[in-house]
Ligand binder design. Structure first.
Ligand code: ADP
Ligand code: ASP
Ligand code: MG
Length: 399
């Protein structure tokens, strides 16, 4: 089999762990597989490098930031290749550029445009284990780009697609995808299988076990994706296109702490005003979510919406450039709790149970949005983890 394995930050967090990863990779190679490994930076390194940049500037240039951050993954890839060579295997380390990963020029959140797998395939033909630095590529000017936080998952899936791998394994520090973050709710249950659509919702709503764009791409390319632990041999979770088996209506609950709420008051209640506001945000690639507008009185209305907390400053700046008479308030002391399940499509009363459960526990709901397969609720940050636990209980997800 041709297998792409991706090891996350904790899995390669120390030199000893990199050595354990090397042994794991070697074992799969001995079983007769061809192996490409994608690695993250050692845990904490990416954040540390960001801190270093912020020592010099509150707003470091994104091109230079990408040069800096890409170094984290290069360190791990070279060390793992050296460890494999020491174990007696042929191994080669590649940066994103050497692996043929071409992106657009949106530094710090670049999109992959294409992968030229020639070098990877040549190395595989030479019977080498190919170790690739995740999270990075190169744009048409030859500048290094990075793919957004958690982006090594995306590198792995994209490479698996480009070389037509039989399997893409994402190794992390938990046994797979759980009904909710097991660090918040110890009674969370590991799922054997989850559909791409449900996983995509969970990932987009804060379950960082898989980066959302990687799930989107896996669905598009129909890649066999498995998440599992690098610390044991337990079976992981298969992410698949198969329709849901009978049973659970809800598959999981996600908590997104990286959220902020913006309220714009006294917006002229006439056509085109909302368009103008959201146009300026979208041209800056700000991810607006959960928009609500109340019914206007006296010719003015209020518009509320959420944005990722780390895009709040940019949002406020963009809005201040509009020469309107409205006033803008923001609150980053909020979180988004989301309930996800394709079974919701055909069941009623799911949302009512969430609202009742939160009310019984005195948790105030600030905003609600729903789709066919999810309900998202904004609550004050301090209630986020409690909300996850009581909803997990209410929907009996531990069963
Ligand atoms: P890596 O460094 O391997 O990429 P991440 O920290 O990005 O790992 O993702 C793994 C973490 O995701 C887990 O440690 C867990 O706390 C968190 N997580 C959040 N939601 C879930 C979930 N539903 N199932 C499993 N893990 C989850
Ligand atoms: N090192 C990067 C991050 O911390 C990418 C990754 O780990 O996937 O976001
Ligand atoms: Mg990750």
């Amino acid at each position: 089999m041709l297998i792409v394995q991706k090891y996350g930050g904790t899995s390669v967090g120390t030199l000893e762990r990199i050595n354990l990863v090397a042994k794991r990779v070697a074992k799969r190679k001995d079983e007769g597989n061809a192996i490409v490994v994608v690695v993250s930076a050692m845990s904490g390194v990416t954040n540390k490098l960001i801190d270093y940049a912020e020592f010099f500037s509150k707003n470091p240039s994104s091109r230079e930031l990408d040069m800096l951050l890409s170094a984290g993954e290069r360190v791990t890839s070279s060390l793992l290749a050296i460890a494999l060579q020491e174990l007696g295997y042929k191994a080669v380390a590649f940066s994103g550029r050497q692996a043929g990963l071409k992106t657009d020029s949106f530094h710090t959140k670049a999109k992959i445009e294409l992968i030229d797998p020639t070098s990877i395939n040549e190395a595989l033909n030479d019977d080498k284990i190919v170790v690739i630095a995740g999270f990075q590529g190169v744009d048409k000017n030859g500048d290094v780009t990075t793919l957004g936080r958690g982006g090594s998952d995306l590198s792995a899936v994209a490479i698996a697609g480009a070389i037509k791998a039989d399997l893409c394994e994402i190794y992390t520090d938990v046994d797979g995808v759980y009904t909710t973050d097991p660090r918040i709710e110890p009674r969370a249950r590991k799922l054997d299988k989850i559909t791409y659509d449900e996983m995509l919702e969970l990932a987009s709503l804060g379950a960082k076990v898989l980066q959302n764009r990687s799930v989107e791409l896996a669905k598009k390319l129909n890649i066999n994706l498995v998440t599992r632990s690098s610390f044991n041999e337990n079976d992981g979770t298969l992410i698949t296109g198969e329709k849901k088996m009978e049973g659970a209506i809800i598959s999981g609950i996600a908590l997104d702490r990286n959220q902020a709420r913006v309220t714009i008051r006294n917006v002229d209640d006439k056509p085109g005003v909302a368009a103008k506001i959201f146009k300026i945000l979208s041209t800056q690639e700000i991810n607006v979510d959960m928009i609500i507008q109340n019914i206007g009185t006296d010719g003015v209305a209020n518009i509320g919406f959420t944005v990722p907390e780390n895009e709040l400053n940019q949002t406020l700046k963009a809005l201040s450039n509009l020469d309107d008479s409205f006033s803008v308030e923001s609150d980053s002391n909020i979180v988004k709790v989301s309930i996800v399940g394709i079974g919701m499509k055909s069941h009623s009363g799911i949302a009512a149970l969430a609202f009742e459960t939160l009310a019984k526990n005195g948790i105030n709901i600030q905003m609600i949005s729903t789709s066919e397969i999810r309900i998202s609720i904004i609550v004050e940050a301090k209630y986020g983890e409690l909300a996850v636990r009581i909803l997990h209980e209410a929907y009996e997800l531990y069963k």
